[in-house]
Design a protein. Structure first.
Length: 218
């Protein structure tokens, strides 16, 4: 029976979280909002609208949301040609594919951003499908992105593992009924990932690859 290895991308496979922090902070600053970077960091992993709501509250002027999102996209887009994959990220995906896992990405990125992330990974030949922000109505921590990834893979939740770097990833995976693996390379503490549902936590893709035989992806 097939097995699915579902991966978040930002902060999990590609080292982009702090680029997102700075560019969201700048987009918010340009619109007159003073939001500390540590708060922005904790919100990374949410889709744009949910991130803005998380940082500015439900009573914000929602007419500003599209402009904030567009500003972040423009600022972050400056880095598209040099997004750095985390160490052994591509090698991890290729190893899992070779071991018989169906590799699927589940990310809030879409369009040109998603294309840039996939170029950074340089592992398209082993990625079966991608569940992007364009494919779902609700982003993480709702389970829909992970559930859609499982549909694309044709694999039930009990035959899947979801790897991510944020509490939003872990909550989404837990709600989708899959086993969750956390990585620390996105900057979120081990205890927070475990509390949110991670069954195992590794430093980064290289650490997970080195420990693969003793991991939930064995």
């Amino acid at each position: 029976m097939q097995r699915a290895a579902v991966f978040d991308v930002d902060g999990t496979l590609v080292d982009t979280n702090h680029l997102h922090v700075v560019t969201w902070w700048e987009a918010l600053r340009q619109a007159g909002h003073r939001v500390p970077m540590h708060a922005v960091h904790r919100a990374i992993g949410l889709g744009s609208t949910d991130l803005i709501a998380h940082l500015l509250g439900e009573d914000r002027d929602r007419d500003q949301d599209p402009g904030l999102s567009a500003a972040h996209t423009a600022l972050y887009g400056q880095y598209f040609d040099r997004l750095p994959a985390l160490r052994d990220a591509g090698a991890l995906l290729k190893r899992l594919h070779g071991d018989g896992w169906t590799v699927v990405l589940a990310t809030s990125a879409s369009g040109a951003e998603l294309s840039a992330l996939r170029r950074a990974l340089d592992a398209d030949e082993v990625i079966t499908a991608t569940a992007s922000a364009d494919d779902v109505e609700e982003g993480k921590p709702a389970p829909e992105p992970v559930e859609h990834a499982l549909e694309l893979a044709g694999v039930p939740a009990e035959r899947a593992v979801f790897v991510g770097d944020t509490v939003w990833d872990m909550r989404a995976g837990r709600r989708a009924g899959v086993r969750c693996v956390g990585v620390l390379c996105g900057g979120i503490a081990r205890a927070d990932l475990e509390e949110a549902g991670a069954q195992a936590v590794y430093d980064d893709p290289a650490h997970l690859l080195a420990a693969l035989e003793d991991s939930p992806l064995a």
